[in-house]
Design a protein around this ligand. Structure first.
Ligand code: ADQ
Length: 498
């Protein structure tokens, strides 16, 4: 428990989505409580402090009376208050799909060519961020701590200040912050940066993201100074003083480890493997997203099959893709490209009794997901860029201690923490990824165990509860020197003689 748990002010969490799913089932409005690491880590703090969660309930259709009844029920169920911010269909298109997911998402993942900088998107973003701030103003009081999450809501802190809020505010960015040259492509680069400076604490996943952010701030505020050098530093720019920290998000390790050893999971994992006798199974699990590097991964697997024919019949790649944002054209195009590549590679290599790629396009139940983590020998997680990547950590928690090998992109935020146990690769280098696959397949049990031991230790130590605690402590701590310097990953340079 952290000091914030005992402080008199309440914790107010604000995110684009509320941790409930409200939807129409057979003509009746229903709600399903959200699950996932963030909800379970924040719930105890919210309950202890009489907290509030503010966000969009995920529907544009429910009438206000029905919604209010459902959220009251959901509040009783969760033990903390749920407050809705309503979006209509146009808001959803311009704010959520538009600015958040066609501007910020691709740009912050270094893919400026995927951006659609339509001016109406920015107008919708500022308008909806103001709407969130209005609801926060109506719901909170001065001693509260307001913790705002993610790239959908970067302007909320500034809106709150403009409306005279005196409560302290923190913001955590779950996705990467891009380098200066890329950030500068954003038509609204200066107002957005200024808005971020209005928070009292900003958290990033890694040192890489914090460094990128500070470089951008230096441009708008040449008088900027930074003091401290640990996990949390103090930034002064003009009349603003705020804290900026790195807080790599974790998972509920104990829960993943425990659930993965439950009898139904073990049985299901055995069944999955019985269908693939004598094979080492390689697993990819991703949301449908062009940042996850799925097509590059297929090309790397093809390269491995071409260069290392001994892998034929010895390995199968199971790629699970969870449907996501399919209303955005780029996502639909990606789906088609993935399916084309799977067809092409399977057409090229399939032999009697062996299909190289098994492709699954749907959401998995928790039991199935855990069974896949448990059943596979190798996790192949190769995003082109990722804030953190929780799948990598979930695999480490769920795989048996002496079996799994993690191949991880050096551009995933998780690489900084997991570099000592994972095989790190550049996902753009298909030959290097193919060699890592070959290396993982032939890796002996001793090396597997030693690597996985390190991985599990890190994921266990820096779990989701550590993360919540570290962020909340950074918001109130008097002395920042107690925060350790975080790990950083810098690609190793081969020795060059000049
Ligand atoms: P995401 O881009 O969604 O998150 P990630 O961190 O990998 O990426 O989390 C995906 C989650 O979805 C995992 O918890 C996983 O278990 C779940 N999931 C994946 N496939 C599934 C399936 N088939 N069925 C059911 N569930 C599935 C963003 C950022 C990340 C950052 C997180 C948290 O992009 O970089 O790590 O937020 O901050």
């Amino acid at each position: 428990m952290n000091d914030m748990t005992h402080s008199s002010g309440r914790l107010v969490v604000v995110s684009n989505r509320l941790p409930v799913i409200v939807k129409l089932v057979d003509g009746h409005w229903t709600f399903t409580p959200g699950s996932g690491g963030l909800v379970s880590a924040l719930a105890p703090v919210l309950r202890n402090r009489g907290g509030i969660w503010i966000g969009w309930p995920g529907t544009t259709e429910a009438d206000p009376a029905t919604l209010s009844r459902l959220l009251q029920e959901a509040t009783r169920h969760s033990g903390y208050t749920l407050k809705p911010v309503m979006l209509d269909q146009r808001d959803k298109e311009d704010f959520y799909y538009g600015f958040a997911n066609e501007v910020i998402w691709p740009l912050f993942h270094d893919l400026q060519s995927h951006c659609n900088f339509a001016p109406r998107y920015w107008e919708a973003y500022t308008r909806i961020n103001r709407r969130f701030a209005d609801v926060i103003m109506q719901t909170t009081r001065p001693g509260d701590f307001i913790w705002i999450h993610d790239y959908h809501l970067m302007n909320v802190g500034q809106e709150l200040r403009a409306q005279g809020a005196s409560a302290r505010t923190g913001f955590f960015l779950h996705i990467p912050f891009p380098p200066l040259d890329i950030y500068m492509k954003l038509p609204w680069r200066f107002p957005l940066l200024r808005a971020l400076l209005d928070y009292d604490l900003i958290g990033f996943q890694t040192l890489r993201d914090r460094r990128n952010f500070l470089q951008c701030v230096r441009l708008v505020a040449p008088d900027m100074s930074v003091t401290g050098k640990g996990q949390v530093v103090t930034l002064r720019a003009g009349n603003r003083e705020l804290r900026v920290g790195t807080f790599p998000i974790g998972i509920d390790y104990q829960e993943f480890a425990r659930e993965s050893k439950a009898e139904p999971v073990i049985r299901k994992a055995r069944e999955l493997h019985e269908d693939l006798p004598g094979r080492q199974v390689i697993l990819g699990v991703d949301r449908l997203d062009y940042t996850k590097g799925i097509c590059h991964r297929f090309e790397a697997f093809r390269n491995a099959l071409q260069r290392f024919p001994e892998l034929h019949h010895r390995t199968t790649l199971i790629q699970v893709v969870v449907p996501s944002r399919e209303d955005i054209p780029k996502y639909n195009a990606l789906k088609m490209e993935m399916e084309r590549l799977v067809g092409e590679i399977n057409g090229q290599f399939t032999q009697s009794g062996w299909v190289p790629i098994h492709y699954i396009f749907r959401s998995l139940s928790r039991l199935e997901l855990l069974a896949y983590y448990r059943a596979c020998e190798i996790a192949l997680i190769t995003p082109l860029k990722d804030g953190m990547n929780l799948v990598a950590k979930e695999f480490c928690a769920a795989t048996p201690a002496n079996n799994g090998v993690l191949i991880l992109s050096e551009f995933a935020g998780a690489a900084a923490q997991l570099q000592k146990g994972a095989l790190l690769v550049n996902p753009y280098n298909v030959e290097e990824v193919a060699e890592a696959i070959q290396r993982a397949i032939v890796m002996g049990p001793g090396e597997r165990r030693a690597r996985m031991h390190k991985l599990k230790r890190f994921v266990r130590q820096y779990d989701i509860f550590w993360w919540v605690d570290a962020f909340l402590r950074a918001a109130i701590a008097k002395d920042l020197s107690n925060f350790p310097v975080p790990e950083e990953y810098v690609p190793h340079m081969e020795t060059i003689s000049l």
